[in-house]
Design a protein around this ligand. Structure first.
Ligand code: NAD
Ligand code: GDC
Length: 336
Protein backbone atom coordinates (compact mmCIF):
# COMPACT_ATOMS: atom_id res chain seq x y z
CA UNK A 1 0.00 0.00 0.00
CA UNK A 2 1.45 3.35 -1.13
CA UNK A 3 0.63 6.82 0.20
CA UNK A 4 -0.38 8.76 -2.88
CA UNK A 5 -1.35 12.37 -3.66
CA UNK A 6 -3.58 13.02 -6.69
CA UNK A 7 -3.46 16.69 -7.76
CA UNK A 8 -6.59 17.71 -9.67
CA UNK A 9 -8.63 15.06 -7.82
CA UNK A 10 -11.79 17.17 -8.07
CA UNK A 11 -11.57 16.98 -11.85
CA UNK A 12 -12.73 14.41 -14.37
CA UNK A 13 -9.66 12.17 -14.85
CA UNK A 14 -8.29 12.84 -11.34
CA UNK A 15 -11.62 11.74 -9.80
CA UNK A 16 -11.60 8.46 -11.72
CA UNK A 17 -7.92 7.92 -10.89
CA UNK A 18 -8.59 8.33 -7.16
CA UNK A 19 -11.34 5.67 -7.35
CA UNK A 20 -9.05 3.24 -9.15
CA UNK A 21 -6.10 3.80 -6.77
CA UNK A 22 -8.43 3.18 -3.82
CA UNK A 23 -9.71 -0.02 -5.47
CA UNK A 24 -6.08 -1.10 -5.88
CA UNK A 25 -5.60 -0.77 -2.11
CA UNK A 26 -3.65 2.48 -1.74
CA UNK A 27 -4.04 5.35 0.72
CA UNK A 28 -4.99 8.43 -1.30
CA UNK A 29 -5.04 12.16 -0.58
CA UNK A 30 -6.87 14.16 -3.24
CA UNK A 31 -6.29 17.88 -3.71
CA UNK A 32 -8.07 20.47 -5.84
CA UNK A 33 -9.49 23.99 -5.71
CA UNK A 34 -12.95 22.43 -5.94
CA UNK A 35 -14.84 19.23 -5.19
CA UNK A 36 -15.97 17.01 -8.03
CA UNK A 37 -19.40 18.25 -9.13
CA UNK A 38 -20.85 14.83 -9.79
CA UNK A 39 -19.53 12.31 -7.27
CA UNK A 40 -18.46 12.11 -3.65
CA UNK A 41 -14.72 11.50 -3.58
CA UNK A 42 -13.32 8.03 -2.81
CA UNK A 43 -10.13 9.57 -1.40
CA UNK A 44 -9.11 8.95 2.22
CA UNK A 45 -8.51 12.70 2.55
CA UNK A 46 -9.54 15.53 0.26
CA UNK A 47 -7.87 18.91 0.61
CA UNK A 48 -9.25 22.06 -0.92
CA UNK A 49 -6.08 23.96 -1.79
CA UNK A 50 -4.79 26.23 -4.53
CA UNK A 51 -1.65 24.57 -5.88
CA UNK A 52 -0.42 27.94 -7.20
CA UNK A 53 0.48 28.62 -3.57
CA UNK A 54 3.80 26.88 -2.71
CA UNK A 55 2.89 26.76 1.00
CA UNK A 56 -0.28 24.79 0.22
CA UNK A 57 1.71 22.42 -2.00
CA UNK A 58 4.19 21.90 0.81
CA UNK A 59 1.40 20.96 3.22
CA UNK A 60 -0.30 18.68 0.66
CA UNK A 61 2.81 16.74 -0.33
CA UNK A 62 4.22 16.08 3.12
CA UNK A 63 7.06 13.76 4.20
CA UNK A 64 4.75 10.71 4.34
CA UNK A 65 3.90 10.75 0.61
CA UNK A 66 5.46 8.11 -1.69
CA UNK A 67 3.95 8.95 -5.07
CA UNK A 68 2.25 11.89 -6.81
CA UNK A 69 -0.04 12.02 -9.84
CA UNK A 70 -0.11 15.64 -11.11
CA UNK A 71 -3.27 16.27 -13.17
CA UNK A 72 -4.21 19.76 -11.97
CA UNK A 73 -4.35 22.26 -14.82
CA UNK A 74 -6.34 25.23 -16.07
CA UNK A 75 -7.84 23.50 -19.07
CA UNK A 76 -10.85 22.81 -21.24
CA UNK A 77 -11.92 21.84 -24.73
CA UNK A 78 -11.55 23.78 -27.95
CA UNK A 79 -14.04 26.44 -26.81
CA UNK A 80 -11.77 27.25 -23.84
CA UNK A 81 -8.30 26.65 -25.33
CA UNK A 82 -8.57 27.89 -28.91
CA UNK A 83 -10.14 31.36 -28.59
CA UNK A 84 -6.99 32.93 -27.13
CA UNK A 85 -9.06 34.57 -24.40
CA UNK A 86 -7.68 32.35 -21.62
CA UNK A 87 -4.07 32.05 -22.83
CA UNK A 88 -2.36 33.96 -20.04
CA UNK A 89 -4.36 32.14 -17.32
CA UNK A 90 -3.80 28.74 -18.91
CA UNK A 91 -0.04 29.29 -19.19
CA UNK A 92 0.48 31.04 -15.87
CA UNK A 93 -1.75 28.85 -13.71
CA UNK A 94 -0.62 25.49 -15.05
CA UNK A 95 3.08 26.44 -15.15
CA UNK A 96 3.08 27.64 -11.58
CA UNK A 97 1.31 24.49 -10.36
CA UNK A 98 3.96 22.33 -12.05
CA UNK A 99 6.83 24.48 -10.78
CA UNK A 100 5.53 24.25 -7.20
CA UNK A 101 4.72 20.52 -7.28
CA UNK A 102 8.10 19.58 -8.72
CA UNK A 103 10.09 21.74 -6.31
CA UNK A 104 8.25 20.26 -3.33
CA UNK A 105 8.60 16.69 -4.61
CA UNK A 106 12.33 17.18 -5.08
CA UNK A 107 12.67 18.23 -1.43
CA UNK A 108 10.47 15.50 0.12
CA UNK A 109 10.43 11.70 0.02
CA UNK A 110 8.46 11.30 -3.21
CA UNK A 111 9.89 8.43 -5.25
CA UNK A 112 7.79 8.72 -8.40
CA UNK A 113 5.64 11.35 -10.10
CA UNK A 114 3.17 11.19 -13.02
CA UNK A 115 2.48 14.18 -15.27
CA UNK A 116 -0.53 14.39 -17.60
CA UNK A 117 0.55 16.04 -20.82
CA UNK A 118 -1.55 16.41 -23.96
CA UNK A 119 -1.80 15.59 -27.65
CA UNK A 120 -1.84 19.39 -28.03
CA UNK A 121 2.00 19.36 -27.90
CA UNK A 122 2.17 18.05 -31.47
CA UNK A 123 3.06 20.46 -34.28
CA UNK A 124 0.23 22.06 -36.19
CA UNK A 125 2.05 21.51 -39.52
CA UNK A 126 1.51 17.74 -39.13
CA UNK A 127 -2.22 18.16 -38.42
CA UNK A 128 -3.37 20.14 -41.47
CA UNK A 129 -4.71 17.17 -43.43
CA UNK A 130 -7.75 15.77 -41.59
CA UNK A 131 -7.26 12.32 -43.15
CA UNK A 132 -3.55 11.97 -42.33
CA UNK A 133 -2.60 13.64 -39.06
CA UNK A 134 0.81 12.66 -37.70
CA UNK A 135 1.06 12.35 -33.91
CA UNK A 136 3.77 9.82 -33.15
CA UNK A 137 6.05 10.72 -30.26
CA UNK A 138 9.07 11.16 -32.57
CA UNK A 139 7.33 14.02 -34.47
CA UNK A 140 7.20 16.43 -31.51
CA UNK A 141 10.09 18.56 -32.83
CA UNK A 142 10.54 21.04 -34.44
CA UNK A 143 7.85 22.19 -32.03
CA UNK A 144 4.84 24.17 -33.24
CA UNK A 145 1.78 23.44 -31.05
CA UNK A 146 -1.36 25.21 -32.31
CA UNK A 147 -2.28 26.60 -28.86
CA UNK A 148 -0.59 28.20 -25.87
CA UNK A 149 -2.03 25.29 -23.86
CA UNK A 150 0.10 22.96 -26.02
CA UNK A 151 3.20 25.11 -25.53
CA UNK A 152 2.68 25.08 -21.76
CA UNK A 153 2.33 21.28 -21.79
CA UNK A 154 5.53 20.95 -23.81
CA UNK A 155 7.41 23.31 -21.49
CA UNK A 156 6.14 21.39 -18.46
CA UNK A 157 7.15 18.03 -19.95
CA UNK A 158 10.65 19.48 -20.27
CA UNK A 159 10.49 20.82 -16.71
CA UNK A 160 9.63 17.33 -15.40
CA UNK A 161 12.50 15.86 -17.41
CA UNK A 162 14.89 18.49 -16.00
CA UNK A 163 13.89 17.57 -12.44
CA UNK A 164 14.37 13.90 -13.32
CA UNK A 165 17.93 14.61 -14.52
CA UNK A 166 18.96 17.04 -11.78
CA UNK A 167 17.05 15.77 -8.72
CA UNK A 168 16.77 12.02 -9.33
CA UNK A 169 12.96 12.10 -9.44
CA UNK A 170 11.39 9.13 -11.15
CA UNK A 171 9.12 10.77 -13.74
CA UNK A 172 6.39 9.27 -15.94
CA UNK A 173 4.59 11.30 -18.63
CA UNK A 174 1.57 10.46 -20.78
CA UNK A 175 0.10 12.58 -23.56
CA UNK A 176 -3.67 12.16 -23.30
CA UNK A 177 -5.73 12.40 -26.49
CA UNK A 178 -9.23 13.80 -25.90
CA UNK A 179 -10.58 11.76 -22.98
CA UNK A 180 -14.34 11.40 -22.49
CA UNK A 181 -16.81 9.50 -20.31
CA UNK A 182 -19.13 9.74 -17.31
CA UNK A 183 -18.29 12.39 -14.66
CA UNK A 184 -16.77 14.68 -17.31
CA UNK A 185 -18.00 18.24 -17.65
CA UNK A 186 -20.64 18.64 -20.35
CA UNK A 187 -21.65 22.30 -20.05
CA UNK A 188 -20.26 25.71 -19.10
CA UNK A 189 -17.53 26.30 -21.72
CA UNK A 190 -14.79 23.82 -20.77
CA UNK A 191 -16.48 20.70 -22.17
CA UNK A 192 -14.98 18.86 -25.13
CA UNK A 193 -16.75 17.74 -28.29
CA UNK A 194 -18.07 14.28 -27.26
CA UNK A 195 -19.80 15.62 -24.11
CA UNK A 196 -20.89 18.88 -25.80
CA UNK A 197 -22.50 17.05 -28.72
CA UNK A 198 -24.19 14.46 -26.48
CA UNK A 199 -25.66 17.34 -24.45
CA UNK A 200 -26.82 19.22 -27.55
CA UNK A 201 -28.58 16.14 -28.96
CA UNK A 202 -30.17 15.28 -25.58
CA UNK A 203 -31.46 18.85 -25.22
CA UNK A 204 -32.71 18.90 -28.83
CA UNK A 205 -34.56 15.63 -28.22
CA UNK A 206 -36.16 16.92 -25.01
CA UNK A 207 -37.26 20.16 -26.73
CA UNK A 208 -38.29 18.27 -29.90
CA UNK A 209 -35.98 20.63 -31.77
CA UNK A 210 -33.94 19.38 -34.74
CA UNK A 211 -31.23 22.07 -34.99
CA UNK A 212 -27.92 21.90 -33.16
CA UNK A 213 -24.83 24.08 -33.55
CA UNK A 214 -21.54 22.44 -34.47
CA UNK A 215 -18.19 24.26 -34.36
CA UNK A 216 -16.45 24.19 -37.76
CA UNK A 217 -17.58 22.30 -40.85
CA UNK A 218 -17.72 18.87 -39.21
CA UNK A 219 -15.02 17.36 -41.47
CA UNK A 220 -12.22 17.96 -38.93
CA UNK A 221 -11.00 14.66 -37.43
CA UNK A 222 -10.11 13.49 -33.92
CA UNK A 223 -9.78 10.31 -31.89
CA UNK A 224 -11.44 10.06 -28.49
CA UNK A 225 -10.36 7.80 -25.62
CA UNK A 226 -12.82 6.36 -23.11
CA UNK A 227 -11.98 7.20 -19.48
CA UNK A 228 -11.48 3.58 -18.28
CA UNK A 229 -8.88 3.05 -21.01
CA UNK A 230 -7.21 6.32 -20.01
CA UNK A 231 -6.93 5.24 -16.36
CA UNK A 232 -5.48 1.85 -17.32
CA UNK A 233 -3.05 3.57 -19.71
CA UNK A 234 -2.00 6.00 -16.97
CA UNK A 235 -1.25 3.16 -14.54
CA UNK A 236 0.55 1.14 -17.22
CA UNK A 237 2.76 4.14 -18.05
CA UNK A 238 3.31 4.82 -14.33
CA UNK A 239 4.26 1.23 -13.51
CA UNK A 240 6.41 0.71 -16.60
CA UNK A 241 10.20 0.54 -16.41
CA UNK A 242 10.39 3.02 -19.28
CA UNK A 243 10.59 6.76 -18.61
CA UNK A 244 9.80 7.71 -22.23
CA UNK A 245 6.88 10.04 -22.99
CA UNK A 246 3.91 8.07 -24.38
CA UNK A 247 0.68 8.78 -26.23
CA UNK A 248 -2.37 7.53 -24.34
CA UNK A 249 -5.11 7.83 -26.92
CA UNK A 250 -7.35 6.00 -29.32
CA UNK A 251 -6.48 5.20 -32.93
CA UNK A 252 -10.17 5.16 -33.94
CA UNK A 253 -10.06 8.34 -36.03
CA UNK A 254 -13.42 9.91 -36.91
CA UNK A 255 -14.64 13.18 -38.34
CA UNK A 256 -16.86 15.23 -36.04
CA UNK A 257 -19.72 14.45 -38.47
CA UNK A 258 -19.08 10.71 -38.03
CA UNK A 259 -19.11 11.08 -34.25
CA UNK A 260 -22.44 12.95 -34.50
CA UNK A 261 -23.89 10.06 -36.54
CA UNK A 262 -22.88 7.62 -33.78
CA UNK A 263 -24.50 9.81 -31.11
CA UNK A 264 -27.63 10.15 -33.25
CA UNK A 265 -27.78 6.35 -33.40
CA UNK A 266 -27.36 6.04 -29.63
CA UNK A 267 -30.05 8.70 -29.08
CA UNK A 268 -32.26 7.28 -31.79
CA UNK A 269 -32.77 10.90 -32.87
CA UNK A 270 -31.62 12.70 -36.04
CA UNK A 271 -30.59 16.36 -35.93
CA UNK A 272 -29.84 19.15 -38.43
CA UNK A 273 -26.28 20.36 -38.10
CA UNK A 274 -25.90 24.12 -38.13
CA UNK A 275 -22.16 24.63 -38.82
CA UNK A 276 -20.54 27.57 -36.99
CA UNK A 277 -17.44 28.40 -39.01
CA UNK A 278 -16.40 31.29 -36.73
CA UNK A 279 -16.26 29.10 -33.58
CA UNK A 280 -12.95 27.65 -32.28
CA UNK A 281 -11.85 24.63 -34.30
CA UNK A 282 -8.30 23.74 -33.25
CA UNK A 283 -6.27 21.60 -35.65
CA UNK A 284 -7.85 20.11 -38.80
CA UNK A 285 -6.97 16.55 -37.88
CA UNK A 286 -5.64 14.72 -34.83
CA UNK A 287 -5.45 11.05 -33.89
CA UNK A 288 -3.24 9.07 -31.55
CA UNK A 289 -0.42 6.92 -32.90
CA UNK A 290 -0.01 4.06 -30.43
CA UNK A 291 2.84 2.16 -32.12
CA UNK A 292 5.38 3.25 -29.49
CA UNK A 293 3.31 2.56 -26.36
CA UNK A 294 2.15 -0.80 -27.73
CA UNK A 295 5.71 -1.86 -28.46
CA UNK A 296 7.25 -0.60 -25.21
CA UNK A 297 4.46 -1.21 -22.69
CA UNK A 298 1.82 -3.29 -24.43
CA UNK A 299 -1.07 -0.93 -23.54
CA UNK A 300 -4.08 -0.93 -25.88
CA UNK A 301 -7.47 0.74 -25.61
CA UNK A 302 -10.37 -1.67 -25.37
CA UNK A 303 -13.53 0.45 -25.82
CA UNK A 304 -14.82 1.33 -29.26
CA UNK A 305 -16.05 4.91 -29.66
CA UNK A 306 -19.62 3.66 -29.89
CA UNK A 307 -19.32 1.68 -26.61
CA UNK A 308 -17.88 4.70 -24.82
CA UNK A 309 -20.43 7.10 -26.26
CA UNK A 310 -23.34 4.87 -25.16
CA UNK A 311 -22.11 5.10 -21.53
CA UNK A 312 -21.37 8.82 -21.81
CA UNK A 313 -24.67 9.71 -23.49
CA UNK A 314 -26.68 7.75 -20.91
CA UNK A 315 -24.81 9.38 -18.02
CA UNK A 316 -25.24 12.95 -19.40
CA UNK A 317 -28.88 12.20 -20.16
CA UNK A 318 -29.44 11.13 -16.52
CA UNK A 319 -27.68 14.26 -15.26
CA UNK A 320 -29.82 16.54 -17.41
CA UNK A 321 -33.06 14.76 -16.58
CA UNK A 322 -32.37 14.64 -12.83
CA UNK A 323 -30.82 18.13 -12.67
CA UNK A 324 -27.21 18.09 -11.44
CA UNK A 325 -26.98 19.05 -7.78
CA UNK A 326 -23.49 20.43 -7.34
CA UNK A 327 -23.87 21.46 -3.71
CA UNK A 328 -25.00 17.96 -2.68
CA UNK A 329 -21.62 16.45 -3.53
CA UNK A 330 -19.62 19.40 -2.22
CA UNK A 331 -21.26 18.97 1.18
CA UNK A 332 -20.71 15.23 1.42
CA UNK A 333 -17.08 15.70 0.40
CA UNK A 334 -16.46 18.27 3.14
CA UNK A 335 -17.68 15.72 5.66
CA UNK A 336 -15.32 13.07 4.28
P1 NAD B 1 -10.37 18.81 -15.26
O1 NAD B 1 -10.46 20.27 -15.56
O2 NAD B 1 -11.61 18.06 -15.01
O3 NAD B 1 -9.36 18.57 -14.06
C1 NAD B 1 -8.31 19.44 -13.73
C2 NAD B 1 -8.49 19.83 -12.27
O4 NAD B 1 -7.43 20.71 -11.89
C3 NAD B 1 -9.80 20.60 -12.02
O5 NAD B 1 -10.62 19.91 -11.10
C4 NAD B 1 -9.34 21.94 -11.47
O6 NAD B 1 -10.19 22.47 -10.48
C5 NAD B 1 -7.96 21.57 -10.93
N1 NAD B 1 -7.16 22.77 -10.76
C6 NAD B 1 -7.01 23.80 -11.64
N2 NAD B 1 -6.28 24.76 -11.09
C7 NAD B 1 -5.95 24.34 -9.84
C8 NAD B 1 -5.22 24.94 -8.78
N3 NAD B 1 -4.66 26.14 -8.90
N4 NAD B 1 -5.07 24.25 -7.63
C9 NAD B 1 -5.65 23.02 -7.48
N5 NAD B 1 -6.36 22.42 -8.45
C10 NAD B 1 -6.50 23.08 -9.63
O7 NAD B 1 -9.57 18.17 -16.50
P2 NAD B 1 -9.29 16.64 -16.85
O8 NAD B 1 -9.97 16.37 -18.12
O9 NAD B 1 -9.55 15.78 -15.68
O10 NAD B 1 -7.72 16.71 -17.13
C11 NAD B 1 -6.76 16.29 -16.19
C12 NAD B 1 -5.36 16.52 -16.77
O11 NAD B 1 -5.21 15.82 -18.00
C13 NAD B 1 -5.06 17.99 -17.06
O12 NAD B 1 -3.71 18.23 -16.76
C14 NAD B 1 -5.27 18.09 -18.55
O13 NAD B 1 -4.53 19.13 -19.13
C15 NAD B 1 -4.79 16.72 -19.01
N6 NAD B 1 -5.39 16.33 -20.30
C16 NAD B 1 -6.74 16.07 -20.37
C17 NAD B 1 -7.29 15.72 -21.59
C18 NAD B 1 -8.76 15.44 -21.72
O14 NAD B 1 -9.21 15.19 -22.86
N7 NAD B 1 -9.55 15.45 -20.67
C19 NAD B 1 -6.48 15.63 -22.73
C20 NAD B 1 -5.13 15.92 -22.61
C21 NAD B 1 -4.58 16.25 -21.38
O1 GDC C 1 -13.21 20.62 -27.72
P1 GDC C 1 -12.63 19.50 -28.49
O2 GDC C 1 -13.08 18.15 -28.17
O3 GDC C 1 -11.07 19.64 -28.34
O4 GDC C 1 -12.97 19.78 -30.03
C1 GDC C 1 -12.77 18.81 -31.03
C2 GDC C 1 -13.33 19.36 -32.32
O5 GDC C 1 -14.76 19.35 -32.22
C3 GDC C 1 -12.91 20.81 -32.63
O6 GDC C 1 -12.59 20.95 -33.99
C4 GDC C 1 -14.17 21.60 -32.30
O7 GDC C 1 -14.28 22.78 -33.07
C5 GDC C 1 -15.24 20.60 -32.70
N1 GDC C 1 -16.57 20.86 -32.12
C6 GDC C 1 -17.72 20.87 -32.81
N2 GDC C 1 -18.75 21.22 -32.03
C7 GDC C 1 -18.82 21.77 -29.56
O8 GDC C 1 -20.03 21.99 -29.42
C8 GDC C 1 -18.24 21.40 -30.78
N3 GDC C 1 -17.99 21.85 -28.48
C9 GDC C 1 -16.65 21.58 -28.58
N4 GDC C 1 -15.90 21.65 -27.47
N5 GDC C 1 -16.07 21.25 -29.76
C10 GDC C 1 -16.86 21.16 -30.84
C11 GDC C 1 -8.51 19.08 -27.03
C12 GDC C 1 -8.09 20.14 -26.05
C13 GDC C 1 -8.01 19.50 -24.73
C14 GDC C 1 -7.07 18.30 -24.72
C15 GDC C 1 -7.22 17.42 -25.97
C16 GDC C 1 -6.06 16.53 -26.30
O9 GDC C 1 -8.63 19.65 -28.29
O10 GDC C 1 -9.00 21.22 -26.09
O11 GDC C 1 -7.77 20.37 -23.69
O12 GDC C 1 -5.75 18.54 -24.36
O13 GDC C 1 -7.51 18.12 -27.13
O14 GDC C 1 -6.39 15.69 -27.35
P2 GDC C 1 -9.80 19.31 -29.27
O15 GDC C 1 -9.79 17.87 -29.64
O16 GDC C 1 -9.71 20.28 -30.38
Amino acid sequence: MKRIVVCGAGGFIGGHLVSRLKKDGHWVRGVDIKFNEFKKTDADEFLIADLRDPVKVDVTIDETIDEVYQLAADMGGSTYINTGEHDSDVMHNSCIINLNVLKTCSMKNVTKIFYSSSACVYPEYNQLDPDNPKCSEDTTYPAEPDSEYGWEKLFSERLYKAFERNHGLNVRIARFHNIYGPLGTFDGGREKAPAAICRKIIEAKIKKNKNIEIWGDGTQTRSFLYIDDCIQGTLDVFNSNSNEVFNVGSEEQVSINQMIEIIEDVANYKVNKNYQLDKPKGVRGRSSDNSFIQKQIGWKHTHTLKEGLIKTYNWISNQIESGTNISKFSKSSIEN
